[in-house]
Design a protein around this ligand. Structure first.
Ligand code: UDP
Length: 144
């Protein structure tokens, strides 16, 4: 038995490649980064997100001022829903995605290399184990 506190611990995260990623033809490039890092695609699906699904996914944000335009954006075209698995995948994906405000995201991150908006920032990644469980149940119930 290892006592290493950061020993490999398989975990799953919900990732959404938002409509700007599909529109701009960046789906392959973004998925390639995750795969090259060693993360495994467990499930994947092109989805037309409707307002109800957007409201459920962003339940913690629905009362915020930025939500109406975010809702319009996320329902503006197809997205790609991805279930990723790997060691500490939740934190790894968040680091790879970069800061929420892409204008401040570090070079080398997905947002920092390919986006320049606080809204149209290409990717979503679960922010905690609790969020991942909730989002996987919402988007991929067969895997919950
Ligand atoms: N967002 C926005 N305006 C803001 C903050 C966030 O439009 O001022 C959008 C942006 O697309 C972001 C999403 O709302 O990715 C969810 O925000 P959150 O703070 O959860 O950021 P994330 O976890 O996606 O980095």
């Amino acid at each position: 038995m290892s006592s290493d506190p950061v020993a490999a611990a398989p975990q799953r995260s919900f990732v959404l490649l938002k409509p700007d990623a599909v529109r701009r033809g960046l789906v392959g490039a973004i998925l390639s980064r995750f795969e090259s890092r060693g993360l495994k695609i467990v499930a994947m699906d092109l989805r037309y997100v409707d307002g109800d699904l957007a409201d459920q996914h962003y339940a913690e944000h629905v009362e915020r001022d930025f939500y109406p335009p975010l809702r319009t954006f996320v329902t503006s075209g197809p997205s790609v829903a991805v279930l990723l698995e790997g060691d500490q995948v939740i934190e790894v994906v968040r680091t790879m995605n970069g800061a929420t405000d892409a204008r401040k995201a570090a070079p080398g991150t997905i947002r920092g290399d390919w986006a320049l908006s606080n809204r149209e920032n290409l990717v979503h990644g679960s922010d905690s184990a609790e969020s991942a469980a909730r989002e996987i149940a919402l988007w991929f119930p067969d895997f919950a």
